[in-house]
Structures are given as structure tokens and as C-alpha cells.
Design a protein around this ligand. Structure first.
Ligand SMILES: Nc1ncnc2c1ncn2[C@@H]1O[C@H](COP(=O)(O)OP(=O)(O)OP(=O)(O)O)[C@@H](O)[C@H]1O
Ligand SMILES: [Mg+2]
Length: 322
């Protein structure tokens, strides 16, 4: 299997009042072609920061301290700010929660799509227009010619998101990064967008990095899952391994928090305890203050756990997993 993205031992910090705090600690995972990897975890665990590291779009007080982010053989951490623009859009496309942040309100959809296709695929205006139409059709948009003449504000949120997906895909990136792309959409449109991404993954032979905190969405779209807790990878495995055989107490807690529809249970149970912020120093495993099993092993409060492979492809960073 060919790796599209390979993140190796990534460490990143934010500087807050002249002090550096680690926001990502030793994060490693990879994405193959024709594979969707979901990164999950509570708010603040570092999902968006991970995508910003990949895109080299960290805010000014953020810094990658060490590690590699290899996209199609190139380590992006070694590419300078100017050069990185060539990778963004062309090799990696990004879809955000709010499509308006990526669309220019003053320009028609057609203008924006053509410009992007002309720039990244080196086509003339007429060919670019035809390609734009075909991609709008791919994402299920009726009357694409008339949509091209419209401005973003004339379209609903769901349509804008689909147009943005069409725009990102028309460039044929090797990697598609989607950070909560369906959160702002209503449930029916959300389903459509997920189905669309699933179909297109196969068509394009691309890798997809999908960020969400909705485990229902994960079950639907992911081939593999990476679970983050407070900037650490605590577990990684196939979707089946993570859902059917979670090993880390945090992952087990996340799974228990999902309402059991079969039992007519809709209330989501939060995991007890509070999530640490990046300035908090927690000795041992970062999860130990909330872990129901931390009392079983003295190491939990003393040493950070190493990552072990509990079955092929299933990695867990927990002292109790050994
Ligand atoms: N510019 C910044 N300066 C300092 N800390 C920051 C900055 N941006 C983000 N953080 C912190 O980094 C941590 C990770 O943030 P991140 O946005 O990646 O979380 P997330 O997992 O995407 O959460 P959510 O589910 O809410 O989107 C959080 O603790 C956040 O407060
Ligand atoms: Mg986020």
C-alpha cells in the first residue's frame, strides 16, 4: 500500500506569555491511498492543530519542534513558506467546517473554480469551465452552468459545502483534509456529503484525513481511527478494532459515551472529569486523573506509557495494555 501521508514523531508547541507548551507530543500515523483516517477526541485534544501542522498554517505562536510530515515523499517541515503554497491546493486540499471562509464572497463560483483549476492543472479557461461543470455534477449539483454564475451568498450552506468539495477535488489532490466538514450542516445534507466523500475517495485514489468528534460519522466513513487525548495518540486501529475492541480506557470511555440507539438511549454520557489544557503538567499518563483504572498500576502516575501493538495494526499507549 502506498502511503500518501506519513506523520512521524511530530512535536508541536504554542508559546503563551513567553513560555512554550507542548500541544502535540510524539504524534505518528499514516494514510494510504484510497483510505480514510479519522482523528477523534474531545474538544482541545489537538485535532485541528494536527491539520494546521500538515498544511503549515499554524498561527504565529505555534511551532513544529521536531518530527516529519511526509507527503508523497516530501517532508513538508523542510519546505519553506513560499514553496508550501504549491503543495496546498494542488497536492493537499482542505475542507473546513464553514465553507464561507474558503470562498470569496465577491466572486462568482465559476470564476473561483476556473481560476483554481487553471492555476493547479494548467488548463485554459474553456477547458477549466468544462471541468468545473463536470465536478459540480459529480457532487450532485443540478444545473451546474447556472450555479457557476452565482455568488456564494446566493447558495445554502449545504450547497456551498458541496461546491467547495467540488472545487477542492477538481484539482485532484493526493490528500484531502476535512476538519469537521459536516458539523454545520443538517443531518440529511450531512449524510449526502459523507456518501459523496466515500464515493470520491474510490474515484480519486486519494487519502482522506477526516476530523470529527461525532463517532457516528466515524463509523460511517473511517477505514482507520486515531484517538488523541491531550495532544497524545492514545490508540490507533482499524475502525472495527476501535469500535469492537477498544483497549485504552479513554477510548472505552468515548465508546460508552455514545448513546445506544438499540436500547432507546439517546443521552450522551460525558466522560467524568475535566479535560486538561496545554499548560497543565500531568506526570505519568496524561489521562490518569480521569482514568477509572489508574489505581491498578503504580506506573500510571509516574511514567508516560509507551505505545504497544496489541494485535496487527492496533496500537495502544497504556501501561495496562501490555
Ligand atoms: N493560537 C493558540 N495559542 C495557544 N493555544 C492554542 C492556540 N490554538 C489552539 N490552542 C490550544 O491547542 C489545543 C488544541 O487545539 P485544537 O484546535 O487542535 O483542538 P481540537 O481538537 O481541534 O478541538 P475542537 O474539537 O474544539 O475543534 C487546545 O488546548 C487549544 O486551546
Ligand atoms: Mg478543531
Amino acid at each position: 500500500m502506498e502511503k500518501v501521508l506519513d506523520i512521524q514523531n511530530l512535536h508541536a508547541t504554542f508559546t503563551i506569555q513567553k513560555k512554550d507548551y507542548e500541544v502535540l507530543h510524539d504524534i505518528s500515523f499514516s494514510i494510504n491511498r484510497n483510505e480514510t483516517v479519522c482523528v477523534v477526541g474531545e474538544s482541545g485534544c489537538g485535532k485541528s492543530v494536527t491539520t494546521l501542522c500538515i498544511m503549515q498554517l499554524l498561527p504565529n505562536n505555534g511551532k513544529i519542534q521536531s518530527g516529519k510530515i511526509v507527503l508523497d515523499g516530501t517532508d513538508l517541515t523542510q519546505v519553506n513558506r513560499k514553496e508550501i503554497r504549491k503543495y496546498r491546493g494542488k497536492k493537499m486540499g482542505m475542507i473546513f467546517q464553514e465553507p464561507m471562509t474558503a470562498l470569496n464572497p465577491l466572486l462568482t463560483i465559476g470564476y473561483q473554480m476556473r481560476e483554481s483549476i487553471m492555476l493547479h492543472r494548467g488548463l485554459k479557461k474553456k477547458e477549466a469551465n468544462e471541468l468545473a461543470i463536470s465536478y459540480l455534477q459529480k457532487v450532485g449539483i443540478a444545473n451546474p452552468e447556472s450555479r457557476l454564475k452565482q455568488y456564494p451568498f446566493q447558495l445554502s450552506g449545504g450547497l456551498r459545502q458541496r461546491i467547495l468539495i467540488a472545487m477542492v477535488l477538481s484539482v485532484q489532490p493526493d490528500l484531502l483534509i476535512a476538519d469537521e466538514p459536516t458539523t454545520a450542516l443538517d443531518v440529511t445534507i450531512q449524510k449526502q456529503v459523507l456518501t459523496l466523500l466515500n464515493d470520491l475517495k474510490k474515484d480519486m485514489n486519494a487519502g482522506i484525513l477526516f476530523i470529527t468528534h461525532d463517532l457516528g460519522v466515524v463509523a460511517e466513513i473511517a477505514d482507520r481511527v486515531v484517538v488523541l487525548y491531550a495532544g497524545r495518540k492514545v490508540e490507533e486501529g482499524t475502525t472495527e478494532q476501535i469500535f469492537k475492541n477498544p483497549k485504552h480506557p479513554y477510548t472505552i470511555g468515548l465508546m460508552n459515551a455514545v448513546p445506544n440507539v438499540d436500547l432507546d438511549e439517546f443521552e450522551i454520557r460525558p466522560i467524568p472529569g475535566t479535560f486538561p489544557n496545554i499548560t497543565e503538567d500531568i506526570p505519568g499518563c496524561r489521562f490518569n486523573p480521569r482514568c477509572p483504572r489508574a489505581h491498578e498500576c503504580p506506573l500510571c502516575v509516574k511514567e508516560a506509557p509507551e505505545t504497544v501493538e496489541v494485535e496487527p495494526g492496533h496500537l495502544v499507549a497504556c501501561h495496562l495494555a501490555k
